[in-house]
Design a protein around this ligand. Structure first.
Ligand SMILES: [Zn+2]
Length: 608
């Protein structure tokens, strides 16, 4: 018994024992390398083929491999024996969990080097969206893409779907000949559209960063190491909008060390993409709703790029610890924005973020406002509130302000280098801070740190960012309301950020006549900026300003980004006069939404 215990301790010292959002037994056996061979069938809305996993056994008695799966049809499982022969293995699927999918258990007669699983996906795969040609941006060819975070990789690949396990991979993807496949990997082997594509990802990543998209894509370079993949409709607009990407990379590498992934390209997805962006390594997936024509929303690119260090390089080891990915990323994002676009803009963006966080704090249970939140038994997608993002960022800004950048910048750079390609949790981070940063309680005490990490809401040491620019907007708003004279609003000098702050103050103060006055003067219902449009629709709904409704409906038909769509349906559903209209609209819009957006709106409208 003692010997076994000792072996367990020795062999598994490097990895944690379990992840509550994964069925897999990765402490006993893991897969450092994966090979995918898949064909995309757009008619059946299905990927089919096999995945081959190289196995690393960590315990001498283990004969079972447990993987994660969701809605997968497993056709057969083969294992490669020590003599190199492929033998059929028995397998079984466990009980279905609505949030976690199913365990796939594979039995081995001995510790084989490799296992190969033949399978196909279901059209309902939570991590894939299949778009008809009418739902693509160009409307000529179909489109499909994956979104694996947080636990959706298991809906298109049977594997250990936990951020605690890293793997390298190679892939062969077959598609209709007119389409191009791209992955969050080295795409350089594929120059022509021929329907047969090869990829290699030599750096070890967690499963949630495996990414695939297939569509009528074109490529345009922005610099030697950055470029854009997009449908024609977006290509030139995206290249112009994101032309600062190379400079952002230079700023980030100067602060945090070499960019570790080779190229950094952007993939522009159709407007149904449920998120702003997804930091798939080497190829960030980006919503077209940030292509505003004036670079006003490009902090999203700074954000996805920042993940190249925080998240992709040093990774939260479970979804309870999401702030280690997102809080650090928001902090780095704001540093990049400050250097590329100036301190004033960075300050305004911080201030708007804090307003978003404060709104979330009003709605969330206190237990969900801690930086480390226990999501055991829950869908880890629920972790993506403003808390890990903005509260996490504010904690790091608190440390930066107390220690000064001369100390804090090298600390962060060393942190990324020390833990590169590893999983991280808060306790480990705290130990590292104790050793390398927290040496003077007069600068920052342990009590102050623990309050940020383990207490709900905002810490008592939080200092709210405050800009003169927003104070002036508030003064102008008050003057306009007093005098009724719109010229009090000095909108010529306003950026999108001023407008967003303005909108945030409106619901509490305006009446319908004033909304009408604003709409006629500034055509807000027709705004082409998705952030401004959404903020305006929220005010319009709160005040029941009917003239905005047709534009709102058009917006909801075109855009599937959850950040915009879900709160708007939420507001619609809270007003009895709008509920039926919202349901009818949703029925039309739903087929164009991603499965993740569908399930969120289904919940809001109580359709399941
Ligand atoms: Zn992020």
């Amino acid at each position: 018994m003692r010997v076994v215990m000792l072996l367990l301790v020795l062999c598994c010292a490097k990895v944690q024992a379990s992840d509550p959002h994964s069925f897999s037994n990765f402490a006993l056996v893991s897969h450092p390398e994966l090979t995918l061979d898949l064909t995309a069938d757009f008619d059946k809305q299905q990927l089919h083929g096999f995945v081959e996993l190289k196995l690393d056994w960590h315990h001498p008695d283990t004969r079972q491999l447990v993987l994660d799966s969701r809605d997968l049809s497993i056709e057969k499982v083969l294992g490669q024996s020590a003599e190199g022969r492929w033998l059929k293995l028995t397998h079984s699927l466990g009980e279905k969990s609505p949030t976690h999918g199913q365990a796939l258990r594979i039995e081995f007669p001995a510790q084989f080097a490799k296992v190969r699983i033949y399978y196909h996906t279901s059209p309902q795969a939570s991590g894939l969206q299949w778009l008809s040609k009418e739902q693509s941006s160009e409307k000529q060819q179909p489109f499909m893409y994956s979104q694996s975070q947080s636990i959706h990789a298991r809906s298109w690949i049977p594997l250990q779907d936990t951020p605690a396990v890293r793997l390298t991979y190679q892939a062969r993807i077959r598609t209709p000949k007119e389409l191009l496949a791209v992955m969050g990997a080295d795409n350089s082997a594929n120059s022509d559209k021929d329907g047969d594509y090869f990829f290699r990802m030599p750096q070890a990543i967690p499963a949630y960063l495996i990414a695939l998209a297939i569509g009528d894509l074109e490529f345009k370079a922005m610099s030697d190491r950055t470029g854009v993949y997009a449908e024609k409709a977006w290509l030139d607009k995206a290249v112009a909008e994101f032309s600062d990407t190379e400079q952002m990379m230079q700023v980030a590498t100067a602060l945090y060390g070499d960019y570790p992934w080779g190229r950094y390209d952007l993939l522009i997805l159709p407007a149904s993409f449920p998120f702003g962006g997804m930091e798939n390594p080497r190829l960030s997936f980006i919503t077209p709703t940030v292509i505003a024509g004036d670079k006003s929303l490009v902090s999203l690119i700074a954000h996805e790029l920042a993940h190249s260090w925080s998240g992709n390089l040093v990774t939260n080891d479970s979804w309870h610890e999401l702030w280690l990915n997102e809080g650090f990323t928001n902090y780095v994002e704001n540093r990049i924005m400050e250097q590329v676009f100036g301190p004033e803009r960075a300050l305004l963006e911080r201030q708007l973020s804090v307003q978003d966080l404060e709104n979330d704090l009003l709605q969330l249970d206190a237990k969900d406002t801690l930086l480390i939140t226990d999501y055991t038994g829950r869908d880890p997608d629920e972790a993506f509130t403003q808390v890990p993002y903005i509260k996490g960022m504010l904690f790091l800004q608190f440390l930066e302000q107390r220690f000064g950048r001369a100390v804090f910048d090298p600390f962060l750079k060393n942190y990324f280098q020390t833990f590169a390609f590893q999983s991280m949790n808060t306790e480990k981070f705290l130990r590292y801070m104790r050793k390398t940063l927290l040496n003077d309680p007069d600068i920052v005490s342990m009590g102050e740190v623990l309050e940020w990490l383990y207490q709900p809401g905002l810490a008592s040491t939080f200092v709210a960012p405050a800009s003169d620019a927003f104070k002036q907007v508030d003064q102008q708003l008050a003057l306009w309301q007093k005098t009724g004279n719109l010229t009090e609003l000095q909108t010529n000098s306003w950026s999108i950020h001023h407008w967003l702050h303005f909108m945030g103050q409106l619901a509490a103060t305006v009446d319908i006549a004033q909304l009408k006055q604003l709409d006629e003067a500034f055509h807000l219902s027709q705004s082409q900026n998705a952030e401004v449009a959404t903020a305006w629709f929220k005010v319009a709904l709160a005040k029941n300003y009917q003239p905005a409704l047709p534009a709102l409906e058009q917006f909801l038909m075109q855009v599937g980004r959850r950040k915009f769509v879900v709160p708007l349906y939420q507001q619609l559903s809270q007003q009895p006069e709008h509920l039926e209209r919202a349901k009818a609209l949703y029925q039309k819009a739903r087929p164009g939404y991603h499965p993740l957006t569908q399930s969120a709106v289904d919940k809001v409208l109580k359709l399941n």
